[in-house]
Design a protein around this ligand. Structure first.
Ligand code: SF4
Ligand code: FES
Length: 351
């Protein structure tokens, strides 16, 4: 995952970028990113997700895509679509882009604007059409939360109408900005169950015309997700300043000093850095994970979620019903949701 920039025209309340955005004003230049891609391929990387912030704000995006293509990398652009200038989709397709993942906040333009901090819905629909007209395979991605769950089915219908090949309906992951806005975003269990029924209905409605992926809410079932398929096992993220991280949210973990792709190199970051080795394998686990039969399958869940709920990234993910902290997840109201309704935080570069 190459986070080319944290700059973005939107200010979503569940943004996955770090809360301390001001720390990341510096960005690698084109030559540095090209070297990062060379290093990634040499390390064995096969898939490149170009993301942000908004990667379309980088004027060198097509150059990076073209270089990735010469290296044989599969390239996926993760974008809001908002700054897509006329002709840019064709330019990216010609450069060799393989796939586009475009986000929609809602099907209701006003509600979408309330989440994104900008009225951009029509521009997103126009961008989707420009991408499909350029022949690019399209996934529509919608982050699900309490405010848009009533329109889950409509989001799937919208993706079909846009000619998408795939729609990804993914419940909010509560780190960073989303953690701050949990009181506004978190659904209750009945909404989560209704979402499962709505996904099933959308699959029946659209048959094989579109792949409908549902990333279930992971705080309502008593089990954990195998986050990142295990820390430092399959994936790495490079932040705009070159910091290398095992997952997008890891920069917020205490005591984790990220290695850097420019100064340390990607191979040394992956193989040798304390940050990547900290939660690799099972030796770091404490009980109940340490003696659990599932530890090699779910890897003890998510380190960032464990930290957000307990302040300790090394404990069992409290989403697990066996965790001694599971009551923090099942508490009736999220922390900070007491009346009056807390402020809604839109991401801002000054924070
Ligand atoms: Fe997974 Fe740990 Fe829970 Fe076992 S105790 S199910 S390994 S999170
Ligand atoms: Fe960081 Fe799960 S998001 S380990």
């Amino acid at each position: 995952m190459a986070e080319l920039t944290y700059r973005c025209p939107l200010q979503c309340t569940y943004c996955a970028n770090p809360v301390e955005l001001a720390r990341y004003r510096a960005e690698l230049d084109t030559a540095q990113w090209l070297r990062v891609l060379d290093q990634a391929r040499a390390l064995g990387v096969l898939q490149l997700h170009l993301t942000g912030g908004e990667p379309l704000l980088r004027p060198d995006l097509a150059q990076l895509v073209a270089h990735a293509r010469t290296l044989g990398l599969y390239t996926n652009l993760v974008t809001s679509g908002v700054p897509l200038a006329a002709g840019r989709a064709g330019e990216l397709a010609e450069a060799g882009l393989d796939h586009v993942q475009l986000s929609l906040q809602d099907t209701d333009p006003n509600r979408a604007a309330a989440v994104a901090g900008l009225a951009a819905h029509d521009r997103k629909l126009a961008a989707a059409r420009q991408f499909t007209a350029a022949g690019l395979p399209l996934t529509v991605n919608a982050v699900l939360h309490r405010g848009n769950l009533p329109r889950l089915g409509a989001l799937a219908d919208q993706a079909v109408a846009l000619g998408a090949d795939r729609v990804e309906l993914a419940h909010v992951q509560y780190y960073g900005w989303a953690w701050r806005n949990r009181a506004h975003l978190a659904p209750d269990t009945e909404q989560v169950r209704q979402a499962e029924r709505d996904v099933a209905a959308a699959r029946r409605r659209h048959g094989g015309r579109i792949e409908i992926v549902h990333v279930a809410a992971d705080l309502h079932g008593g089990t954990v997700k195998p986050c990142m398929n295990g820390w430092g096992r399959e994936q790495l993220a490079v932040a705009p300043n070159g910091d290398v991280l095992p997952c997008l949210a890891a920069a917020g973990l205490p005591g984790l000093t990220p290695p850097n792709a420019v100064t340390d190199g990607l191979a040394a970051s992956w193989h040798d850095s304390p940050a990547f080795n900290r939660f690799r394998g099972t030796d770091w686990m404490s009980e109940p994970c340490r003696s659990c039969a599932l530890r090699e399958l779910d890897h003890g869940g998510c380190r960032c979620q464990a930290y957000q709920f307990t302040g300790d990234p090394a404990v069992t993910d409290p989403a697990c019903r066996l965790s001694p902290h599971h009551h923090l997840v099942t508490a009736p109201a999220p922390a900070g949701s007491a009346a009056p309704v807390p402020r809604r935080f839109h991401r801002t570069p000054g924070e």
